[in-house]
Write a protein that binds this ligand. Structure first.
Ligand code: GCB
Length: 605
């Protein structure tokens, strides 16, 4: 497939996992780094057909059974030294063996999907030698349908991952994190009935009345039904047994939004993350066609003037921003739920109530953990720095990424805001391309504010986002400000006089910080040491204290992270602005932030 054709995803759409039966394909796979894809797809037939020179005495150049071993999930870069800087095409192969019993069960169940929980950047997929789909949708779940008749006891699954940075891609060519390539998240087969509930997301909670034990609320459930069945006689049932809620509604179309009224509940909020078990069922003539279980929570976000409220109360963000990179000297993408939990544990040690999941969508487990732990979340697509908005492929991709991210996250009570950009330059087409994406997500999830992180030059002793002509400013409901006083500008000595102008919308600082290379001490007024990093944090915190209307702040970043842009003698390939080093070594600023958070209320009076 040529890149031209590949831009819009040819996967089968967002497939919510819930409690559906699934078959994990995680573990050891065969891997081959095909540099720049020199053989092309036609010449590589023997890869996905599984031929090899031993079976067939011809000049066959690949052999999936002679590939080297690699673990999935995980990037390829940190698994073998020779792949560290590899950014080309990686071929993955797995022989999938099913027992006769498993095969029968899968074939009788209905439909089968291959679900890739997240790849970077793009994939082409073959099942037993036949193409089953391609997509360019970095970091978000993909699903490809497999005809159950094509399942056998011995199968070959081949996936080509294309990790090239290209100007028209999202993210584009230049960014301050590491381009981890490969099948970075879990891979599984999922089975569904012929006609099934592809998505059921409860969201848009409105509090009608507060009372002592909680509140009476209403909300919406967005549903999407997939399958050929005539839906005119179908019903949807929603149950929340703990509060005795039961509702049935006739199905009118494939995509529906049902209103749930008068729910007497305890609210979900930071510090008290109450979750409820809900069951969504599709019925025809009284018979169950599909039924899924999921956890839901009830939380309302409001934004008015410069105030941000959660559950009707003014809210102060004590945030931590991070990259999805595991702890350890090598970095790399998390390879297990434990890797993810360790990062969240570390962030929570500061006493934060909010995570900025920068700068791209994270594994879905992050949202599940944050739902359970009562941490609010900012999710984000990688529209970052230089973008070719006018290119039709880019336009389409930005739209698809925004919609797909929100489809996956809107049902999570932890979501505080959806971000569609970080520090983007004003280039032709930005306003129309971004406007389209912002309008789409606002329709999809109107109860959640949309946002972006902006930078504003320091001038007249202040950072003032509204004074800059940011053509996308009008689309955001709340504003993220990235400012690096003490590090980029102004210098530390001038910071005591600095100010942040909160314009007409709620604003919080989404990034500030300074490099603090581990083991390096020095003078406070000289950069590149732990003492000046600490001094900059202290001055910054004083600045936030002076700015009464600020809705909170988020240091950049939890942990030092790999970045090929960072190549001086202190950095050595890592951005050193972390509160901790690569292995979790705490720097003095970790303590500064922890102390400050302990003195700040989540819900100030
Ligand atoms: C920024 C970017 C972030 C960088 C950071 C830095 O403004 O949003 O991705 O890593 O600055 O360290 O310079």
């Amino acid at each position: 497939m040529k890149d031209k054709k590949r831009n819009s995803a040819k996967d089968a759409g967002y497939l919510q996992l819930n409690d559906r039966p699934s078959y994990s394909l995680d573990g050891k796979w065969g891997f081959f780094a095909d540099n720049m894809g020199a053989f092309g797809l036609k010449r590589s037939r023997n890869v996905f057909e599984g031929l090899n020179p031993k079976l067939d005495n011809r000049a066959i150049e690949y052999d999936v059974d002679a590939f080297s071993e690699i673990s999935v999930p995980g990037d390829w870069n940190t698994q073998e030294k020779e792949y560290l800087l590899f950014e080309g095409f990686g071929w993955y192969a797995k022989r999938v063996k099913l027992t006769a019993k498993e095969l029968e069960a899968w074939q009788n169940e209905g439909r089968v999907f291959l679900r890739l929980d997240g790849v970077n950047y793009a994939v082409d997929v073959w099942w037993n030698g036949e193409p089953i789909g391609s997509a360019e949708m970095p970091f978000l779940p993909l699903s490809f349908e497999i005809n159950p008749e094509k399942l056998k006891e011995e199968n070959l699954l081949v996936i080509r991952v294309d990790a090239r940075r290209l100007a028209h891609r999202i993210p584009s060519e230049r960014y301050d994190w590491f381009n981890y390539g490969g099948l970075i998240r879990s891979v599984r087969l999922v089975s569904t009935p012929q006609t099934f509930i592809r998505e059921a997301s409860y969201h848009q909670t409105q509090i009608l009345e507060m009372n002592r034990s909680g509140a009476t609320v209403e909300g919406k459930c967005s549903l999407f039904i997939d399958g050929g069945e005539d839906l005119s006689e179908c019903m949807l049932r929603i149950e929340i047994p703990e509060i005795g809620f039961f509702r049935e509604k006739k199905v009118t179309k494939r995509g529906m939004r049902l209103k749930l009224k008068d729910l007497a509940v305890e609210l979900w909020e930071p510090g008290s993350p109450r979750l409820y078990q809900a069951q969504v069922t599709l019925l025809k003539g009284g018979e169950v066609m599909d039924s899924i279980a999921q956890k839901i929570g009830f939380k309302q976000v409001e934004w008015e003037g410069t105030e941000l409220r959660v559950n009707r109360k003014p809210f102060y963000l004590k945030g931590i921003a991070l990259h999805e990179e595991r702890l350890g000297a090598q970095g790399g993408k998390p390879r297990s739920p434990r890797d993810i939990r360790k990062l969240i544990d570390l962030a929570q040690e500061t006493g934060c109530n909010f995570l900025r999941l920068a700068h791209y969508p994270y594994d879905e487990q992050w949202l599940e953990e944050c739902d359970e732990r009562g941490l609010l979340v900012w999710d984000e697509i990688p529209v970052y720095w230089e973008i070719t908005y006018k290119d039709e492929r880019t336009k389409r991709l930005i739209y698809d990424l925004a919609v797909r991210m929100v489809e996956g996250s809107r049902g999570h009570p932890c979501i505080l805001c959806h971000a569609l950009a970080n520090e983007t330059w004003d280039r032709p087409g930005r306003k129309s391309t971004m406007g389209q994406a912002f309008r789409a997500i606002k329709k999809m999830d109107p109860g959640i504010p949309s946002t972006a992180a902006f930078n504003a030059p320091y001038s007249g002793k202040a950072y003032d986002v509204e004074s800059v002509d940011h053509s996308i400013y009008e689309f955001v409901d709340v504003v993220g400000l990235n400012e690096y006083g003490g590090w980029y500008s102004p210098p530390l000595q001038e910071l005591p006089e600095a100010n942040i102008v909160v314009g007409s919308k709620p604003l919080f600082v989404t990034e500030f910080g300074a490099a603090g290379p581990l083991g390096v001490s020095g003078k406070e007024d000289e950069l590149w040491n732990l003492d000046s990093q600490k001094a900059i944090y202290e001055e910054q915190i004083a600045l936030f204290g002076r700015c009464r209307e600020l809705s909170g702040w988020t240091p950049w970043a939890l942990k030092d992270f790999r970045s090929t842009l960072r190549a001086n003698g202190f950095q050595k390939g890592w951005n050193r602005k972390g509160l901790v080093g690569p292995n979790g070594e705490k720097k003095p600023v970790f303590e500064v932030v922890t102390r400050e958070f302990s003195q700040k209320e989540t819900f100030p009076e």
